[in-house]
Design a protein around this ligand. Structure first.
Ligand SMILES: [Zn+2]
Ligand SMILES: [Zn+2]
Length: 817
């Protein structure tokens, strides 16, 4: 048969239509004897169009979903829309578009693109978080948290533009000014806000990280550990001289308290306003406004003396009370004792302001530093000096004795503090889930009864960007009667942070149409935990901590039995174009449609999986995409011109046949291994390319049955990467699909291993890597390969290689110390 040219548009549109005509094609089975596999990519924000920077994580997830289906799993691979949020509201203000219409039309456009890319989602489970059938359950969860004291109100600062007269989201504050009034400085205002008490779970969020090791990237886990930021220490009261007030400080180093030479309050500390001199108030307000805009690490340390003194409960000395911009209200108690001799930050602050430095800890084997000549703080533990009855003690012992006395005498206690703060979920915005609460003048705060959910977000209202929240002007929404006493009351007008929506969405996919409950617990028990979650590392904190928190709360309510949402997490690298991350503002975006027209969805998928290991950043180049396109075209032409050469029963094998069979089985083994372990799809695809090169070289000498086997298996292993082409080839081969319902091809160990040995590399007896090498590879070459293997090298850093033991064709053991 003559070969056909590879017309990607014709092939892809044909299958696209067939796939769309059958909505059950990628359905997960409800009752299945198969093992389950839940693969999930983070749900997107419906911005309106997909670009090729977005496609990568979907291409990875879809390859895995298709592979697992072929391996006999009941695969759940859903998709939905994180549809509430600021851009819809901004579009309303800027272009007079209704947020609901704007969002839904974006979803339609993006869903078309997802389908056109050939991603195999079970669209019957689609969720859209801005629809009442979803967000009513946000409200239901809010009520459950409220019942348990996990949702509460307190005052917190918000960004306020005096020109707009409105609260701004952090994203609307640009260099300290309003996004719409470039010269208007944003102020901080304290408003009563709703919080979720994530700190109640801080300890478990931290300790359960151990269960995620191995399944989640180390980098994400260490970012979570830092974010939670547990410190053990003590809370100690300093009495304010001449006043009944006390200043409670948190310190991890109570053993240094005799070296405390001042007490520093956060600008936002509740005592600060009453201690400040009138003239200093504007300066402190400026500190508060500035600190809300900047990363605390970038702030230049600044402080002022209040004129007041506080009494050190151990030494009885009076220490001056300062206000300092680097002390954070959200950490510890919002007040610290400064010990310049033993804390570098305090050292720098006290040097700047001429506050005395008093060393009280000496190294175990050294002398106490001289305050006059100290160049930097001595921050380590040691032996106490100049510390009254606590002198001459090791730091740890001093700490425990001091804590005991503080507790006995009622001026302090041992305490643990966390960097993580309670989660402020109130937003003074329109496009979000209404918080289901009512303010009654008689009863106070009253929850909306469960049977009155959902509290519907009014649609089609006027959004001007003025006033505290657009909802405050909607009389039909705001004015209600109190569910308790029936008097006229006001509905809460704050809406929820959109991170609430995404904290539990993956449970809803298991039972997306349930209108009696957020989900049926039995369904969760079957599908959870998520076997593979895939998304960007930018979600390492926030989303990935909030969703762990929600999971633990849901478990404690008795809704689910899993304690963690996802067994494995994968964070893909970014897509780079012209040296920068693809983004609208950089002007380096290639739209998905543009790419599909030019190259086709299959080429886009193959290129993004081929050009770099999935965890590394990837450079998009047209030349690279053209290469992927040529590769797919070569396969297509090969199969179309050879499809009718396949004659069953012809099994006399030539040398060429044996070489091709060996390469085929090695390739199947390689691709299978990559799916099951390291996901090095770039090398999987490279292996398929080598196979195709060999096919071209041996084409005329191949026997019919080898040709048949190789074309069949090549098509099957192509399916996760280039599903359109795989279906088309399958049809060319006279088979009926779909290809993803065929079993994944097996490989023959003997055929594949004929010239390849699988050499295990150990470091001190632990397996750290594997080498695929030809049998009979010399020992010194094995040693060299082992010592230069990435994974092995990683576990050798900082260690000294003592000995390398090599067993030919089997093992390299590196002994280090
Ligand atoms: Zn403004
Ligand atoms: Zn009432």
């Amino acid at each position: 048969m003559p070969e056909k040219p590879y017309d990607h548009n014709q092939i892809e549109l044909k299958w696209h239509e067939r796939w769309n005509a059958d909505p059950s094609l990628f359905e997960a089975e409800e009752n299945s004897a198969k093992p389950k596999f839940y693969v999930l990519e983070m749900l997107p924000y419906p911005s309106g169009s997909l670009h090729i920077g977005h496609i990568r994580n979907y291409a990875i997830g879809d390859a895995l979903a298709r592979y697992k289906r072929m391996r006999g799993f009941n695969v759940l691979h859903p998709m939905g829309w994180d549809a509430f949020g600021l851009p819809a509201e901004n579009a309303a203000i800027a272009n007079n578009r209704d947020p609901h219409d704007w969002t839904l039309s974006n979803i339609t456009a993006m869903k078309r693109q997802h389908r056109r890319m050939g991603f195999s989602y079970d669209w019957n489970r689609e969720i859209t978080t801005c629809e009442p059938d979803y967000y009513r359950w946000n409200q239901w969860f809010f009520l459950k948290l409220y019942e348990r004291g996990l949702a509460f109100r307190k005052k917190a600062l918000v960004n306020w533009c005096p020109e707009c007269g409105t609260v701004l989201a952090n994203e609307q504050v640009i260099d300290g000014c309003c996004w719409r009034h470039e010269s208007t400085r944003v102020e901080q205002r304290a408003l009563e806000q709703w919080f979720f008490k994530i700190t109640a779970y801080a300890d478990e969020l931290l300790s359960a990280i151990a269960q995620l090791e191995g399944g989640w990237p180390d980098r994400v886990l260490s970012m979570q550990r830092n974010w939670i930021g547990r410190s053990e220490g003590a809370e100690i009261d300093f009495a304010l001289a001449g006043s009944p007030e006390k200043i409670r400080v948190f310190t991890t180093r109570v053993d240094t308290i005799f070296g405390a030479t001042c007490v520093i309050l956060a600008p936002a500390h509740p005592l600060t306003p009453q201690l400040l001199r009138e003239a200093d108030k504007p300066r402190v307000k400026a500190m508060i406004d500035a600190s809300a805009r900047k990363d605390p690490g970038d702030i230049e340390k600044e402080g002022l003396f209040t004129g007041h003194y506080a009494v050190n409960p151990f030494s009885g000395e009076q220490a001056p009370v300062w206000v300092g911009n680097f002390v954070l209200m959200g950490y510890g108690t919002g007040a610290i004792m400064a010990v310049p001799a033993h804390d570098q930050r305090d050292f720098e602050f006290c040097k700047t302001y001429g506050i005395p430095i008093r060393p009280v800890i000496r190294p175990v084997d050294g002398a106490l530093a001289n305050a006059e000549t100290m160049q930097e703080a001595y921050p380590d533990d040691g032996i106490t000096e100049n510390s009254g009855e606590y002198s001459n003690l090791p730091s740890a012992e001093a700490r425990s004795r001091m804590c005991a006395r503080a507790e006995r005498q009622g001026f302090g206690k041992a305490a643990v503090t966390y960097r993580i703060k309670d989660w402020g979920i109130s937003r003074q915005r329109y496009w979000g889930t209404p918080i289901p609460m009512i303010h009654c003048p008689a009863c106070g705060i009253v929850p909306v009864p469960e049977d009155q959910l959902p509290v519907l977000l009014p649609i089609g209202i006027e959004i001007t960007g003025k006033g505290r929240s657009p909802l405050e002007n909607v009389a039909g929404f705001v004015n209600v009667t109190c569910p308790k006493c029936g008097t006229a009351a006001r509905r809460e007008t704050d809406t929820m942070d959109t991170f609430v929506d995404s904290s539990w969405y993956f449970y809803r996919y298991c039972d997306a149409k349930n209108d009696k409950a957020p989900f049926d617990s039995k369904k969760i028990a079957y599908w959870f935990p998520i076997d593979q979650y895939i998304g960007g590392v930018e979600h390492a904190i926030l989303h990935l901590i909030y969703s762990r928190f929600f999971t633990k709360v849901m478990r404690d309510i008795g809704l689910i039995s899993n304690g963690e949402p996802a067994a494995r997490l994968f964070t893909q690298g970014m897509v780079i174009k012209d040296g920068a991350k693809m983004s609208k503002s950089k002007g380096n975006v290639i739209g998905a449609d543009q790419m599909i027209d030019k190259f086709g969805a299959d080429t886009g998928r193959v290129f993004e999986l081929f050009a770099a290991p999935p965890e590394k950043d990837l450079d998009w180049t047209d030349a690279g995409a053209e290469g992927a396109y040529r590769f797919l075209g070569r396969i297509y032409r090969f199969v179309t011109r050879n499809a009718d050469r396949v004659v069953p029963g012809d099994n006399t094998h030539t040398e060429a046949d044996r070489a091709v069979l060996r390469k085929l089985h090695q390739t199947v083994r390689k691709v299978t291994g990559d799916f099951d372990s390291r996901w090095h799809f770039n090398t999987s695809i490279a292996a398929i390319m080598e196979l195709v090169n060999l096919l071209y070289a041996q084409e005329s000498s191949l026997s019919a049955d080898v040709l048949g086997e190789v074309m069949e298996k090549l098509t099957l292993i192509l399916e996760p990467f280039a599903p359109y082409l795989a279906e088309e080839l399958w049809e060319e081969l006279g088979r009926t699909g779909p290809v993803f319902r065929q079993p994944w091809p097996a490989y023959d160990h003997e055929l594949a291993q004929e010239d390849m040995a699988d050499v295990v590399v150990q470091v001190n007896g632990k397996v750290r890597g594997r080498l695929a090498v030809s049998f009979g590879t010399p020992k010194d070459e094995l040693e060299r390969l082992a010592l230069t293997d990435d994974k092995v090298r990683h576990s050798l850093t900082g260690k000294q290689v003592v000995k390398v033991i090599v067993v030919a064709d089997k093992l390299v053991n590196v002994v280090v110390r």
